[in-house]
Design a protein around this ligand. Structure first.
Ligand SMILES: [Zn+2]
Length: 243
């Protein structure tokens, strides 16, 4: 007996074609975290769902529990299409990256209200942007996603001794952040760069939109995220190319 269908807010994290007519949709919801749902008839000549199931779209969905991990998508109503995200390559690459990064940290069958809110704000701000965003905007997403996932990097003091950073500092993935050179090995990072990341963590995304990171290892937090995920983020390569 199928269970009752429930209504959820959702952002589309990705889709995979399944058979000739169906599609599996990856969704992020506030109440249930990451959800995979079978959308029957989403492909083919007479598409159900009216083509609203696009990456980054905000939907209101009706989900019904299926067998195993896969849910059934009964209905999908478009709340926000975010067509501005498809107007240029950088926005498209940031859309892919944000969906992959936030989706990777979101758990299944577990509330993920903060990660949902983060992705929602990031995509809304990006959709409305009138100029290409600066690198602080992307760093803000990374540091906030890590923080939501309970993996906030230590950026303003030494991860080993807890004392303030000095002119020279290291960053060590295994230590969880910055280190005095005398406290441990790591890659050399300017302290000002780490302070900018901390500022990005404490600042609203909309205020970071036009800002650029200072000199430093631009992809440090992406690599930190990949270190925790124990895999690479495939969309990062594309973003590095167009960004
Ligand atoms: Zn130290």
């Amino acid at each position: 007996m199928p269970g009752p269908a429930c209504s959820h807010d959702a952002v589309v994290l990705g889709t995979i074609d399944y058979g000739e007519r169906d599609r599996i949709v990856r969704l992020l919801t506030p109440e249930m975290g990451r959800v995979s749902a079978l959308a029957r008839g989403a492909r083919g000549s007479r598409r159900r769902f009216g083509g609203v199931i696009d990456l980054g779209a905000r939907l209101n969905v009706m989900l019904r529990a299926g067998r195993g991990e896969l849910w059934h998508l009964q209905e999908a109503e478009l709340v926000e299409a975010r067509l501005g995200l498809r107007e240029d390559l950088l926005s498209m690459a940031l859309l892919s990256y944000a969906s992959e990064l936030v989706g990777a940290f979101a758990r299944e069958h577990h509330p993920e209200r903060r990660l949902f809110g983060l992705l929602e704000v990031f995509l809304t701000v990006l959709d409305a942007a009138t100029a290409p965003p600066g690198s602080m905007f992307r760093a803000g997403l990374e540091v906030k996603a890590l923080t939501c996932a309970g993996l906030a990097p230590i950026l303003t003091r030494c991860a080993l001794c807890g004392e303030p950073l000095e002119e020279q500092c290291h960053f060590a993935m295994d230590a969880g952040g910055a280190l005095h050179p005398s406290c441990g090995a790591g890659e050399s990072v300017p302290p000002g760069f780490l302070l900018a990341l901390e500022r990005a963590r404490m600042t609203r995304l909309v205020e970071l939109l036009d800002m650029d990171l200072p000199a430093g290892p631009t992809w440090l937090l992406a690599r930190f995220a990949e270190h925790h995920l124990q895999r690479g983020l495939s969309s990062r390569k594309w973003l590095e190319t167009v960004g």
